[in-house]
Write a protein that binds this ligand. Structure first.
Ligand SMILES: [Zn+2]
Length: 435
């Protein structure tokens, strides 16, 4: 179901015009109300009148996490404190994260985004939805809650339940949907499988957020629960959950582009990339009042697909976010993501092995060593020689990193591994240049 056809299915030309109008207003609003941002524009010799539409977007400076740290909390607010109706933040071991301040209109926009997302998962007013996100300082639980209420669903706020308790609740209340972080949903799915409860539930869909998850994990969740699981994306700085969400096609998350203007940046050249190219997601919050952000560098890596989706929505789609710029490695000047190395190694056919990839410096040059750990019992089962395996591994990884690695086969007995590996990961990447 499409919650807001007028917006979600508008033509790309109409959308560009709307985004342009909103951007022009936003820049004037920021210039007038946020001294920190006004100073950034003045440094570049920019005035609000220089921005006449989205074609002028690249004249505007980026906003980085460092800006937020530098200016937070008060110097990024565009309204006075009495207009802020809600604060959220996150608490880390190192302290309090960025403060998010919402006006009532910000809350309304967020609810609209979540209502659209929930409708994409084909959940609506006849549904009973459990929300397993945290309802505390972190905004995700409340955002999901308001969206579910907006579509008219009944809500089970279940943020502090153990999986077994939530399953019992969902059975008793005949819940049909769940909105949950991916690791928690996986625990629920495992419990359902272990106890053989799949057919006792009425669940039909899950909306599931979290980074670093894969298609395999989605498939496991779907199979174990007998449902469809939809990916959702949000960031506290932008608003919370619901910036983008998957539709029934499960082929990328539709960005709510009337609220968030998205770009993809090449992090090496700082040049904006065209659709289909991977880079850092940059977002401008077109309608936010409390703490609007212009060209915010999210540090999340994805790509944008502008083609119209089979579901009928015209809003562009982003790929699942599976890396952040923190996961980026530089090898002899080329940027490469750990997950790219992991993916090529795990996709090699007929090699059942674990890998340790070491990046180190020798004579001031980056070199890469790959240690293939093959269980001694499985070594005999290899259908090709060790040399052939080494060649295949070297070729696959060199295609990704642009450098031929040295490959070594090492013995691995059950209790003796090359490296401590408590998570039992199949690929471990060690960047020794950091030590
Ligand atoms: Zn779609």
């Amino acid at each position: 179901m499409i919650w807001n056809k007028a917006k979600e299915c508008m033509s790309r030309d109409e959308l560009a015009e709307l985004q342009g109008e909103r951007l022009v207003k936003l820049v004037k609003y920021m210039y007038r109300n946020v001294q920190y941002y006004r100073k950034k524009m003045q440094k570049l010799g920019l005035e609000p009148g220089d921005i006449r539409g989205i074609e002028d977007l690249d004249k505007l400076p980026f906003t980085t996490q460092e800006d937020l740290i530098d200016a937070y909390p008060q110097r990024m607010f565009a309204v006075s404190g009495r207009n802020i109706v809600r604060h959220h933040t996150s608490v880390h071991r190192t302290g309090i994260g960025a403060i998010a301040g919402y006006t009532q209109r910000d809350i309304n926009v967020w609810s609209e985004c979540m209502a659209r997302s929930i409708s994409m998962a084909d959940l609506g007013k006849k549904d009973i939805i459990s929300i397993a996100y945290n309802y505390g300082l972190c905004p995700d639980g409340l955002g999901a809650h308001y969206g579910a209420e907006k579509v008219g669903a009944a809500v089970i706020p279940a943020s502090d339940c153990k999986p077994a308790v939530l399953i019992a609740l969902m059975r008793r209340l005949l819940a049909t949907g769940i909105i949950s972080p991916q690791p928690y949903l996986m625990r629920v799915a495992q419990e359902v499988e272990d106890k053989g409860l799949k057919n006792c539930l009425q669940l039909k869909a899950a909306i599931c957020g979290g980074e670093h998850w894969t298609e395999e994990v989605r498939k496991k969740i779907q199979d174990r629960l007998g449902i469809k699981a939809y990916d959702i994306f949000g960031l506290n700085e932008l608003t919370g959950l619901g910036v983008a969400c998957e539709c029934e096609c499960q082929n990328g998350m539709h960005i709510q582009e009337d609220f968030f203007l998205a770009e993809i940046l090449d992090t090496n050249t700082l040049i904006v990339l065209p659709g289909g190219r991977r880079g850092e997601l940059i977002c401008t919050t077109l309608q936010k009042e409390g703490i609007p952000l212009i060209r915010y560098r999210t540090m999340r890596i994805t790509k944008i697909n502008y083609e119209k989706c089979e579901c009928g929505r015209t809003m562009a789609r982003i790929d699942r976010i599976c890396e952040s710029t923190d996961d980026m490695l530089m090898v002899r000047g080329n940027s490469v993501f750990a997950i790219q190395i992991e993916t090529v190694l795990l996709n090699l056919q007929n090699i059942n092995a674990s890998y340790v990839v070491c990046i180190r410096k020798e004579h001031h040059l980056d070199v890469v060593d790959i240690y293939i750990e093959i269980d001694s019992r499985k070594r005999e089962m290899l259908s090709e020689s060790e040399e052939a395996v080494k060649h295949r591994v070297a070729d696959a990884v060199s295609n990704v990193i642009g450098l031929m690695p040295r490959v070594h086969c090492v013995s691995c007995d059950e209790n003796q591994s090359y490296i401590e590996n408590p998570m039992e990961k199949k690929v471990i990447i060690v960047d020794e240049r950091k030590y």
